[in-house]
Write a protein that binds this ligand. Structure first.
Ligand SMILES: Nc1nc2c(ncn2[C@@H]2O[C@H](COP(=O)(O)OP(=O)(O)OP(=O)(O)O)[C@@H](O)[C@H]2O)c(=O)[nH]1
Ligand SMILES: [Mg+2]
Length: 332
């Protein structure tokens, strides 16, 4: 995509924001593309819309490639659609290897819900957005919140660090497993298990679902006695599901709503929001400071003089770094 400049497109962006407030799907899509590709535009848009965003309930769904996450989301949309809920879905980096084509694959799996005006479904296949994947996802959530979505579902394959980061912006984390994973379960980032609120055993029609159900329950029981002693902690549940047939998906929605009530009635929501926004501010500061520091290091004669001292073995780079930091801080 050709680089679009913020200052030359303010009017277009303002217009898109107006349409966004009316829930126009095309405007939402165009704004998302702009925000994904241009951090200056992202900043402009988020500053403009932030006060109009209402808190949507953000559901993070993760698990192995091909575990049936998209199929499950589609089955959830069937139910939420009947209740006239507005739902936004963002599929991050869908793997093409296991399920044959990411964007197209999700479109096919979610086909029957693609044309419902209450749903906005988008895939993000690009891992190299400015400011990182988590930044782009958080901004997209805010765009959907400004458009009045009740629920936002984020689908991602839970194997990398950025996925863990993404879950800091979810209100609930659902891990989709399938029977007979064997050692694969070990390759899941350990952190994902710890932050999971609902375990889904999808493909319950396959052999081994009952065994996995028992294993997960014992694992939770073990952790429960240590970690979840206090009443303010949620005890993760385990559900067996057949996403293809929609079996037990209603139960999953009920459990999500139970959880929603649970965190709304405890301090948990506030605690999570505190952590979430601290991380968000930290990430933005890191990004901005890094840019400023890069500018300073590579375009400053005084710094060149200091670096020369490292070259001539007069002073080591730790000491020089400390000197720059303390001078930077004292100057401000
Ligand atoms: N037998 C069985 N197959 C299922 C079930 N749910 C989904 N599948 C199949 O599993 C395959 C993968 O489904 P997807 O929904 O694309 O899985 P995914 O986890 O979204 O995959 P990626 O986005 O590529 O990581 C498809 O062929 C589905 O038809 C189920 O409950 N039982
Ligand atoms: Mg998928």
């Amino acid at each position: 995509m050709a680089k679009i400049k913020l200052n030359k497109n303010i009017e277009i962006i303002e217009d898109l924001i107006e349409q966004l407030y009316k829930g126009d799907l095309r405007a939402i899509g165009r704004l998302m593309t702009l925000v994904e590709n241009n951090i200056e535009i992202a900043e402009y848009v988020i500053k403009k819309i932030y006060q109009s965003t209402k808190n949507a309930f953000v559901i993070g769904i993760t698990g192995f490639p091909g575990g049936g996450k998209s199929t499950l989301i589609n089955a959830m949309l069937d139910i939420l659609g009947r209740e006239n809920k507005k739902v936004g879905v963002i599929c991050i980096d869908p793997s093409s290897v296991f399920s044959g084509g990411s964007l197209l694959g999700d479109r096919i799996r979610m086909k029957r819900n693609f044309n419902n005006p209450n749903f906005f479904i988008r895939s993000m296949a690009n891992r190299c957005q400015l400011g990182g994947l988590a930044r782009a996802t958080k901004d997209m959530i805010k765009i959907l919140e400004a458009a009045g979505y009740d629920f936002i579902i984020i689908e991602t394959v839970g194997v990398g660090q950025s996925e863990i980061e993404i879950f800091h912006c979810s209100n609930i984390v659902i891990l989709v497993l399938v029977p007979n994973l064997g050692d694969e379960i070990q390759t899941l980032k350990a952190g994902i298990m710890e932050i999971t609120d609902i375990f889904v055993i999808n493909k319950m029609d396959l052999e081994g679902a009952d065994r996995l159900f028992d294993e997960l329950n014992s694992m939770i029981e073990l952790n429960y006695s240590i970690q979840f002693k206090s009443k303010s902690n949620w005890r993760p549940s385990v559900l067996k599901i057949n996403a293809l047939k929609g079996e037990n998906v209603e139960k999953l929605i009920d459990e999500i709503l139970n959880y929603k009530k649970f965190i709304e009635n405890s301090n948990e929501l506030r605690n999570r929001l505190m952590i979430k926004y601290k991380k968000e501010v930290l990430d933005i500061m890191k990004y901005k400071l890094t840019k400023e520091i890069e500018q300073l290091i590579f375009h400053n004669e005084y710094i060149d003089k200091l670096i020369n001292k490292i070259i001539s073995k007069e002073v080591d780079s730790y000491t020089i770094s400390e000197k720059i930091i303390s001078e930077l801080i004292h100057n401000r």
